[in-house]
Write a protein that binds this ligand. Structure first.
Ligand code: UD1
Ligand code: UDP
Length: 387
């Protein structure tokens, strides 16, 4: 079977990497990898880390490109690739423009689609925007729907879709486990990382921040910056913020937070470095999807700067709290973690509702038509008692 994996952004790269690595060693599968170029710098480091070479690169990104321009270029370029490669199936991931456009192009050519990370839903098309729409349309077209959790499976079941649903766990935990093992077994790496960030102060608790969601552009990011500026007045914290490359994020963050004491605005971190930072962090503030899955696995409390989430499992377990983007609420929630040790201890426990490190193996078994045991997370009640 000729399998074409298509991805283009940083999170897709991280979450597809373990699967692509495993596909390459699978008898009976010819694995072809294509990156769309939606993210250039932020994806290249992921490819290097996991030692993956793309056979094709669609190079779709133009400066200042809007969603429709990006979608149109993706469709045109992937169509030419499908004509050339003629795969038996394409694999796409999640909810990006890359995933939606590549699936639609494959669908028009009647090529079977496997959707990795199927079934995540907020139920609100405006958040995350446009991702909630993207993942829905991919699921409508998918033949293999790889749901990471039973919650995502149940979302899919409600939609009466044509594809077959498999509960696999999320491949992000495969990628995270590989990275943690690498960090733990290579003392030279630990020393390199410590030397690379000499300004890190172990005597201050680290608040690690990421943010990039379109629905937070404008007022949302102004509020987030205002919250960080207030928190930075505390001299017992160090705020570390690797700033996403999107100019809509970057321009505001740089204008509002540059040169403030206790705030380190840095370039997006390579994945291994970011995992190292997450493990050192005291609390994580984010609007990212992937970080909501990784941090609970690492036992780190997460405050999510959004009004909704498509990842309710860690919310129910208590490791994740939705705080929205109002500055006062963010400040209050972070201060509570910093000042109330009991509250912190209550939340900071490792829970694993998202995966067990074997999601890629399950996806390959499903593609190959082999029987396998689906991902069986801890029951929610158990998650709550753990936290
Ligand atoms: C995209 C995905 C989002 C995903 C996010 C991960 C869509 C619609 N959204 O959002 O689901 O969560 O990636 O980060 O697909 N840029 C660069 N270099 C990079 C990456 C981004 O210069 O390596 C800049 C470019 O100016 C680009 C802008 O960021 O125009 C926005 O990138 P884009 O991929 O359109 O959207 P994201 O907000 O990153
Ligand atoms: N990440 C990274 N470097 C950073 C920030 C995040 O490698 O500086 C990783 C993070 O661990 C997670 C992924 O990027 O796996 C999340 O990407 P992003 O927040 O851009 O997208 P989302 O998950 O919201 O789609």
């Amino acid at each position: 079977m000729k399998v074409l994996s298509l991805f283009g952004t940083r999170p897709e790269g991280i979450k597809m990497a373990p699967l692509v690595q495993a596909l390459a060693g699978t008898p009976g599968i010819e694995s072809i990898v294509c990156t769309t170029g939606q993210h250039r710098q932020m994806l290249d480091q992921v490819m290097n880390l996991f030692d993956i070479r793309a056979h094709h690169d669609l190079d779709v990104m133009l400066p200042g490109q809007q969603l429709n321009g990006l979608f149109a270029r993706l469709m045109t370029r992937v169509d030419a690739l499908l004509e050339e490669v003629r795969p038996d199936c394409v694999l796409v991931h999640g909810d990006t423009s890359t995933a939606a456009a590549c699936s639609l192009a494959a669908f028009h050519r009647r090529i079977a689609i496997g959707h990795v990370e199927a079934g995540l839903r907020t139920g609100d098309l405006s958040q995350p925007f446009p991702e909630e729409m993207n993942r829905r349309v991919v699921d409508v077209m998918g033949k293999w729907l790889f749901a990471p959790t039973v919650t995502s499976r149940d979302n899919l079941l409600q939609e009466n879709l044509q594809g077959t649903i498999y509960v696999t766990g999320n491949t992000v935990i495969d990628a995270l486990e590989l990275s943690v093992q690498k960090l733990d077994h290579r003392s030279d790496l630990q020393a390199d990382l410590a030397a690379r960030y000499p300004w890190l102060d172990a005597s201050r608790r680290m608040v690690l921040v990421t943010g990039h969601r379109r629905e937070n552009f404008g007022e949302g990011f102004m509020q987030i910056c205002s919250a960080l500026a207030q928190l930075a007045k505390r001299d017992d914290v160090q705020i570390v913020y690797p700033v996403h490359l999107n100019p809509q994020v970057r321009d505001v963050v740089m204008a509002k937070l540059s040169n403030l004491p206790n705030i380190h605005l840095i370039e997006p971190l390579d994945y291994l470095d970011f995992v190292w930072f997450m493990r050192r962090a005291y609390v994580i503030l984010t609007d990212s999807g992937g970080v909501q899955e990784e941090a609970p696995h690492l036992g780190k409390p997460v405050l999510v700067m959004r009004d909704t989430t498509e990842r309710p499992e860690a919310l129910i377990a208590g490791t994740v709290t939705l705080v929205g983007t109002h500055s006062e609420r963010i400040v209050r929630a972070v201060n509570q973690f910093l000042d109330d040790a009991e509250h912190y201890q209550h939340v900071a426990h490792s829970v694993n509702p998202y995966g067990d490190g074997h999601a890629s193996a399950r996806i390959i078994a499903a593609l190959s038509g082999r029987e396998f045991e689906e991902f069986d997370p801890q029951p929610i009640e158990q998650l709550i008692s753990v936290s």
